[in-house]
Structures are given as C-alpha cells and as structure tokens.
Design a protein around this ligand. Structure first.
Ligand SMILES: C[S@@+](CC[C@H](N)C(=O)[O-])C[C@H]1O[C@@H](n2cnc3c(N)ncnc32)[C@H](O)[C@@H]1O
Length: 211
C-alpha cells in the first residue's frame, strides 16, 4: 500500500531531461524499444507493476506503428496516476488497461498474465529486501515462456543489485543486460525467463510497498 509520499508529484522529475530519473527513463525506454524490435510476432502481452504514469511504455508505444498488437496492463495504486496514464494512452490512440490496484497482490494480475514482458520499474527500491527476493522467486507465476523482465533498482549503499542478479538466476532467468552508469545510482536490468511458467495463484502477496 502507499504511505505518505506523493507519487503524482514524484513524476515531476521526468520534466527535467537532465535528472537521473529521466536518464533512467531513457534507458528503460531503450530496452523496451529493443525488446519490441526483436519480437515482430503479435500479439504480445505486457504488464507493468507500480506503473505510475507509464511514461516508459507510453513513450515507446506511442511512437510505434506496430503498437496495436501489444496488449498492455498497467497496475498502479494511485488513482491520479492511473487517470493520467489512461488519458495519455487515449491521446496516443493506444488501447491500454490502466488498473487502480495493489501490484503487491497476486490477484491484481488476474487476466493480465502470463505476460511476455513484466516491467518492474521503481518497485525494488520501495519494498523490503525480503520482498524483492520473494517477488523475483514468484515471477514465474507472472511470466509466459521466454518472457522478459525489465527492472530497476538504486545502487545506493547497501547496493542490493548483486543479490538481485543472483536471485534472478536462481529463479530461472538469464541476464540479458545490466546497466549501471557510473555517474548515477540507478541500475536497470533485463532478464529473460528460461524456466517453466507457473499458474497464477488466486491470492497471495508479492510485496508490501513501503513509501
Ligand atoms: C517509483 S514510482 C515508479 C513509477 C513508474 N513505474 C516509473 O518508473 O516511472 C512507484 C509507483 O508505485 C505506485 N505504487 C505504490 N504502491 C503501490 C502498490 N501497492 N501497487 C501499485 N502501485 C503502487 C506509486 O503510486 C508510484 O506511482
């Protein structure tokens, strides 16, 4: 659940192209672009956990002629962000399901998974280390065969990204990319599922959002 932080206001950093957050957004968009370019087949299913205003997905899909074959579900807890994302999708002519729901609850993903791409941007830095580990272990319940997970995490001390990369390997994911620019603290990872997809349980908790 969300606490006291204003998660609509948080998105203001994207207005400054020089912010670290904007830099992170460009990296995520680049990976999304590559992922779509490498998969001409349609349909593709995408789910974004804690999607915010979906600057990442909308920024990429709005520029692509082949976006209509991509089925996108956004799971976001803040209704204002949901509304902004839904309006942005509509302006861009994209058919996107923007759900106001708790992405920490497995039930919120019903009908949206198995997904070919699970986007976890701005999640792992806002949940406990144990929940990061548990969420990664549970990703086979959200992933289709060969699915890709794009994730972000700050490398602020203590840097959890080495363990995160190991947890992905333990959960059956091969690392496709890991970007950690020197001058900033964020990291972005791309991991591809090499295991057998697991059914989505009707209920259960992936994580509790802390901020
Ligand atoms: C750090 S922001 C990331 C937003 C977006 N993914 C991005 O990278 O631009 C975290 C987002 O998670 C949302 N959030 C917080 N708790 C949540 C929950 N339990 N379920 C879904 N979204 C949640 C916040 O409202 C906020 O929009």
């Amino acid at each position: 659940m969300t606490g006291t932080k204003d998660w609509t206001d948080w998105h203001r950093s994207y207005a400054d192209p020089d912010s670290a957050l904007s830099q992170r957004l460009r990296v995520v968009r680049g990976f999304l672009q590559d992922w779509l370019d490498e998969r001409p087949e349609r349909p593709l299913t995408v789910v974004s956990a804690c999607a915010g205003q979906a600057d990442d997905l909308l920024g990429v899909l709005s520029q692509r002629a082949d976006a209509s074959g991509v089925r996108v579900t956004l799971i976001e807890y803040d209704q204002r962000n949901v509304d902004i994302a839904a309006a942005g999708a509509e302006r861009a002519g994209l058919s996107v399901a923007a759900l106001c729901a708790d992405a920490g609850e497995l039930a919120s993903y019903a009908g949206a998974v198995p997904a070919d791409l699970v986007l976890m941007a701005g999640v792992f830095g806002n949940i406990s280390d144990a929940d990061v580990r548990g969420t990664i272990a549970a990703l086979p319940q959200l992933c289709a065969a060969d699915a890709t997970v794009i994730w972000t995490r700050t490398r602020r001390d203590p840097d959890l990204t080495p363990q995160i990369r190991e947890w992905f390997a333990a959960a059956g994911f091969a690392e496709r990319a890991f970007t950690a620019p020197e001058e900033v603290l964020f990291a972005v990872g791309v991991n591809q599922f090499a295991g057998v997809p697991q059914p989505l349980p009707a209920a259960g908790t992936l994580f509790r959002f802390l901020n």
